[in-house]
Design a binder for this molecule. Structure first.
Ligand SMILES: Nc1ncnc2c1ncn2[C@@H]1O[C@H](COP(=O)(O)OP(=O)(O)O)[C@@H](O)[C@H]1O
Ligand SMILES: [Mg+2]
Length: 231
């Protein structure tokens, strides 16, 4: 496997829901994402964006076609291998932060690393503090996450997603609940991650700020990719 190989290759990916009626939510999706690329996925509500993100990020493996992530055919992995692969390769940020409200910020961010079991408690704390510093919320580390503002919580969620050095950072409308100022802040941080660490980023968003600054905008409609825009 070479570094030049795209990090994501999706070939002829289709998905059909049968309940309540048969419905083709993804229709022959072909998409590659290069290492270090910042790709934004746009499309109307119900067009299949979340469904596609779940497939590309290995959370869903029930589809037709193939998805290769970092050279690995996702469907070829057994459940244990898949869990391990996901934990060490994928970071995911959702519209809702899903932080544990009664845990401290530091504990929330540390959890994925504790689960991965690759580092000592001291190393985990060091990495967590480094990521919180990167996201500008290190001063909140000892607070319970429920005490933070929405913008701060979403930045903590990104710090958590980065904890195991994911090869790809996925986001599904991660700024959907943030005001313009916090959205701009999150976007700045994502761009820094791309520029400084060559972080591969794939984001669903409606926000024009993102589409203006991404490397590429991919538009989806009725489960089909209708446009790749190289910027
Ligand atoms: N589990 C499911 N069963 C049946 N239909 C679903 C299911 N999940 C999503 N859908 C439908 O698939 C379509 C695409 O959903 P989604 O991927 O969430 O779109 P988007 O994120 O672009 O708004 C929608 O019409 C939605 O109602
Ligand atoms: Mg969605």
């Amino acid at each position: 496997m070479t570094q030049e190989q795209p990090i994501i290759v999706a070939k002829h990916v289709s998905k059909i829901f049968t309940d309540p009626v048969e419905f083709r939510v993804l229709d022959d999706i072909n998409l590659t994402v290069d290492r270090g690329e910042f790709v934004v996925l746009v499309g109307p509500s119900g067009s299949g964006k979340t469904t596609l993100m779940y497939a590309l990020s290995t959370l869903d493996t029930e589809y037709e076609g193939t998805i290769t992530v970092d050279g690995t055919d996702i469907k070829a992995l057994n459940p244990n291998q898949l869990a391990q692969f996901r934990n060490t390769t994928i970071g995911f940020v959702f519209q809702f932060h899903y932080l544990l409200p009664d845990f401290t910020v530091l504990d929330n961010v540390s959890l994925p690393a504790i689960k991965a079991g690759l580092w000592s408690p001291e190393e985990i704390e060091e990495r967590a503090m480094k990521n919180l510093t990167l996201l500008g919320v290190a001063d909140q580390a000892r607070k319970r996450s429920s005490r933070l503002s929405g913008g701060q919580q979403q930045r903590v969620a990104i710090a958590r997603a980065l904890m195991n050095n994911p090869k790809i950072l996925f986001g599904d409308e991660p700024t959907g609940n943030l005001d313009t100022k916090n959205t701009a802040l999150v976007l700045d941080i994502l761009q820094d991650l791309k520029t400084e660490f060559h972080q591969t980023i794939l984001m669903v968003t409606h926000d024009m700020q993102f589409t203006e600054r991404a490397d590429r905008v991919v538009a989806i409609r009725d489960g089909r990719i209708i446009q790749h825009e190289q910027q």
